[in-house]
Structures are given as structure tokens and as C-alpha cells.
Design a protein around this ligand. Structure first.
Ligand SMILES: [Zn+2]
Length: 292
């Protein structure tokens, strides 16, 4: 009986360790856009869990027990940083675990909006390249055996991002000066505006938690009525109510929906970072180009 039991224990140990050897690295990414970037770099070498999922708002997210379990079991954790995930420090600390934490925006030149750092750095593809390099470096540190694969995946992915960026630059440079104003619900596109010479206005600031004062909203509506220029867009992560009100009061049409802080659900138009960018860029160009 004793021999049988110890045989079983030995068998169990052997099975466990052989699974462990082939186990992919466990990675947690704080939100869906970053999660996709991480998957592009890690390929089959990692399983990637995303905390804030598609169409969800990371600004006001409340972590669940499941999130804490994922963080506790993670080998690597990637966050955006720049104050985007106000909940991540507490989550990582309270969850425990030994996962190494990397900040994807390390090395990005931050934009400031009314003195506050704008965290939406992924909305410039040139920053996306910085994210991807940071992800590849982080993965190489934790899993040096596969560092070559991470670098190769990152390089191929960066080439794609640069191509989308170059095409967008060309398309936006053809727009006349009076067709460059865009209105969204919250101020998530400062980096995109800077990259392509656009002007984004938003009744809500860089954090979705704030609500605009009646005076600020009236000021924005008056400005749009006076200039008559502007394409209105609703967002996937915020309520369309404010933008619909602006549309009613200015007579400006809503040009569609932009994906600002999260990917779309499966089957939607923005299931990856590249698809999200292509969707947003095409929607903007279509709304802004002069009617012929
Ligand atoms: Zn945001």
C-alpha cells in the first residue's frame, strides 16, 4: 500500500514538472489594446490575460477577485502607466505574487492637458512602436531563452505600424486647414491630433470620470456654431449623450464611432490595435475630407 501511494506521488510529480517545462509564460496586460500588442510580440510563448476588456472604460474600472487571481499567478504584468490605470498599483500590491511589472509607456514624451499628463499615448502609432519595444525588452528579460523570437515578432509588427502611420500622414496632409476639427466625448486623441495636425475638442477632459460644467459645454457649442467646422464622433467606451446634444444644438452630423481606450468585441471593427487604428483613421478621413 505504501509503495503504491509513493508510486502515485512520484507519477504526479513527474506529470506536473513536465507540464511546467512546456508551460507558456503567464502575462497579464491591464487593458485590451495593450493586451493585443503583447500577444503580437509573445506569439505562442505566452498566454495573455487582459484585465479591462473590449468596449470597457479603464479610467473607472473596479478590479474583481478574478483579476487579483490572474495578477497573483502572472510571471509578467504590463501596464500603460502615465496615470491611466488608477487602480493597478493597489491591485498588484494586494494580489501578491512575483510577476515582474513593466510600464509600456517608458520613454514616451507625455502630452499635458491643462497641466495634467495625458495617458492616451497609444493613440499615436509612433508611441505604439515604443510600447512594442518595451514589451519585447520586458519579455526578453523574463524569458531570455526566447528573446530572439520576441525581437523578431516585434520588428515585423513595428513594420506594420509604420506603414499604417505613413499612409495616414499622407492622407491627413491633404486635408485643408478648415477641415481639421474633431469633437469626441472625452479627450482621448491628443497624441493622434499631434501626429497628424488635427484639432480635437472634447466636453470631458482626459479622464472619463469628470463631467463638463454647463458653461464649458455651452462654450464648446458656441465655438462650433461660430466656426461651423467639426466632425462629431461618439466613442465605444463613453455614453453618446453629450455628443448627441452637441449635434442637435450645432446641426453638425455625427461622423461615426471612434475606438479610444478599448478594442471592440469579437466581430466588431476594432479587434486589434492595428484594426482599431485603421478604423479610426478611415472614419476621420471620411468625415473630414471636403464634400466634392
Ligand atoms: Zn480615456
Amino acid at each position: 500500500m505504501k509503495g503504491f501511494l509513493s508510486g502515485l506521488v512520484l507519477f504526479a510529480l513527474t506529470v506536473t514538472s513536465s507540464i511546467a517545462a512546456a508551460d507558456p509564460i503567464k502575462v497579464v496586460a491591464s487593458f485590451s489594446i495593450l493586451g493585443d500588442m503583447v500577444r503580437q510580440v509573445t506569439g505562442d510563448h505566452a498566454t495573455v490575460t487582459t484585465i479591462v476588456g473590449p468596449d470597457a472604460d479603464a479610467h473607472v474600472y473596479q478590479p474583481s477577485t478574478g483579476d487579483a487571481v490572474a495578477v497573483a499567478g502572472a510571471d509578467v504584468i504590463f501596464v500603460n502607466g502615465l496615470g491611466f490605470e488608477t487602480w493597478s498599483d493597489a491591485l498588484i500590491e494586494n494580489a501578491g505574487g512575483n510577476g515582474e511589472v513593466f510600464v509600456a509607456t517608458e520613454g514616451v514624451t507625455p502630452l499635458r492637458v491643462e497641466g495634467e499628463i495625458d495617458p492616451h499615448a497609444w493613440n499615436a502609432l509612433t508611441n505604439g512602436v515604443i510600447y512594442v519595444n518595451n514589451i519585447a525588452a520586458g519579455m526578453a528579460k523574463v524569458d531570455p531563452e526566447n528573446a530572439g523570437d520576441y525581437r523578431a515578432n516585434a520588428d515585423a509588427y513595428i513594420a506594420k505600424l509604420r506603414k499604417v502611420h505613413d499612409n495616414a500622414k499622407k492622407a491627413f496632409s491633404a486635408l485643408p486647414k478648415n477641415r481639421r476639427t474633431v469633437v469626441t466625448a472625452h479627450d482621448a486623441f491628443g497624441y493622434l491630433a499631434q501626429a497628424y495636425g488635427l484639432d480635437f475638442l472634447a466636453p470631458v477632459g482626459i479622464d472619463t470620470e469628470a463631467e463638463p460644467s454647463a458653461k464649458e459645454l455651452a462654450g464648446l457649442i458656441a465655438h462650433l456654431k461660430k466656426t461651423g467646422a467639426g466632425a462629431l464622433f461618439v466613442e465605444n467606451i463613453t455614453s453618446p449623450v453629450l455628443v448627441e446634444q452637441i449635434s442637435r444644438e450645432t446641426g453638425l452630423k455625427i461622423g461615426g464611432r471612434l475606438f479610444s481606450d478599448a478594442l471592440s468585441e469579437k466581430g466588431g471593427p476594432a479587434t486589434s490595435y492595428v484594426a482599431m487604428f485603421e478604423h479610426n483613421l478611415e472614419a476621420l478621413i471620411t468625415a473630414l475630407k471636403p464634400e466634392s
